[in-house]
Write a protein that binds this ligand. Structure first.
Ligand SMILES: O=c1ccn([C@@H]2O[C@H](COP(=O)(O)O)[C@@H](O)[C@H]2O)c(=O)[nH]1
Length: 271
């Protein structure tokens, strides 16, 4: 998917919501456990109920890898369902990959070619030759971890190297990599106060912003400092939407929570 197609969808739906599909079998409604593939059954119901309210879905691969082969099969079925029924929706494999070059190429093939995701999250720690193999794929997006939502972000990411915080080095250096137009960045909603500085370095790039909802990030604050003329934000909520109810009405309850965020986004976009 091109960035222009993503922007068009944001304008049409008046939404920049990304729904995280982090399926935990201990948290889904128990009646689904009778299904042949409970993970896919849960995802399908959530997608059917919310696709008109969001512009992206983000399965975190950990929640599928944890269930071995049946988890990976459910991930395959989920992305195939999304690509067939809702090809306009941006898909993110939150896998946080990155390795020496030839290994990164295989990761990129796994997520961009085999599974056909639009994007994958990648860690910057191993540098240019670990990220450029992902950037080589046309109309696919590499979402680089810049300033993450967790407390541990302060262990390294905000530490100064040569008088500048490490996350700023990541932003500045990555802009010089080949095909850097295919880069987006992860910035946690819990770090909204850093967004003005971040926008000085990457004024236009799309940001994937997790941490609204269960982690306490604030949508208004993120938009105040992080929004661009094209919005430039994908705000993710996972647990806050998909686990709105543990009963038979779970998909309807998820849609209500997604709608509340979408309405807030529509109001922000109208200002
Ligand atoms: O900095 C980061 C990077 C990734 N995540 C992931 O996003 C979702 C957040 O889930 P919630 O339930 O809405 O808290 C999850 O998959 C994380 O692994 C993040 O939270 N922060």
């Amino acid at each position: 998917m091109t960035t222009d197609q993503l922007i068009l969808q944001i304008k049409q739906k008046k939404s920049f919501l990304c729904i995280g599909l982090d399926v935990d079998l201990d948290k889904i409604p128990q009646h689904l456990l009778k299904e042949e593939d409970p993970i896919f059954a849960f995802n399908k119901a959530i997608i059917d109920a919310t696709h008109h309210l969001c512009v992206a879905y983000k399965p975190n691969t950990a929640f599928y890898e944890a269930y071995g082969i049946r988890g990976w099969k459910a991930l395959e079925k989920t992305i195939a369902y999304l690509n067939e029924k809702h090809p306009e929706i941006f898909t993110i494999a939150d896998a946080k990959r990155g390795d020496i070059g030839n290994t990164s190429t295989m990761y990129a093939k796994a997520f961009f070619e085999d599974l056909a995701f639009d994007s994958v999250t990648v860690a910057p720690y191993m540098g240019k030759d670990s990220v450029e193999p992902f950037l080589a794929f046309k109309n696919k997006h590499t979402i680089l971890l810049a300033l993450t939502s967790n407390k541990g972000a302060f262990d390294f990411q905000t530490q100064e190297v040569d008088g500048k915080e490490l996350y700023k080095h990541v932003l500045e250096t990555s802009k010089r990599w080949k095909n850097s137009q295919n880069l987006m960045y992860v910035v946690g909603a819990t770090k909204a106060e850093y967004l003005a500085e971040i926008r000085k370095i990457i004024p236009e790039a799309f940001l994937l912003v997790p941490g609204v909802g269960a982690q306490g990030g604030n949508l208004q604050e993120v938009c105040k400092y992080g929004r661009t003329a094209n919005i430039g934000l994908l705000i993710n909520s996972s647990r806050g939407i998909i686990y709105a109810s543990k009963n038979e009405d779970f998909a309807k309850a998820a849609a209500l929570n997604a709608e509340a965020l979408q309405k807030e986004m529509a109001a922000i976009m109208s200002r």
